[in-house]
Design a protein. Structure first.
Length: 95
């Protein structure tokens, strides 16, 4: 098993409990850590046998910029739910 890190991903969105937070964009800095079994990709040398790290960024960007939630925990959960649709990911952390 190996670990993939996306650290310090800076995105802008409208999330929070306060009315102003939901109307004025704020910066959100995310770290995404995924545990992945990379052995199939290491043996096959095929891109479709590994995870798409760009997809992690694209999902986080979509959730942060196109959704609005009161709690940051919900934002992290939405990102995690979508990333974990890829069955190659063993475990995931979004902070």
């Amino acid at each position: 098993m190996d670990t993939v890190f996306l650290n310090g991903l800076s995105l802008h969105g409208k999330h929070g409990v306060m009315e102003r937070e939901r109307h004025v964009e704020q910066e959100f800095i995310l770290d995404i850590v995924a545990d992945v079994d990379t052995r199939p990709a290491a043996h096959s040398d095929q891109l479709n046998d590994t995870v798409d790290y760009v997809r992690f960024r694209d999902i986080a960007t979509d959730v942060i910029t196109n959704e609005s939630h009161y709690l940051i925990e919900r934002v992290a959960e939405r990102i995690a739910e979508r990333i974990l649709e890829d069955r190659k990911i063993i475990s995931l952390s979004v902070t």
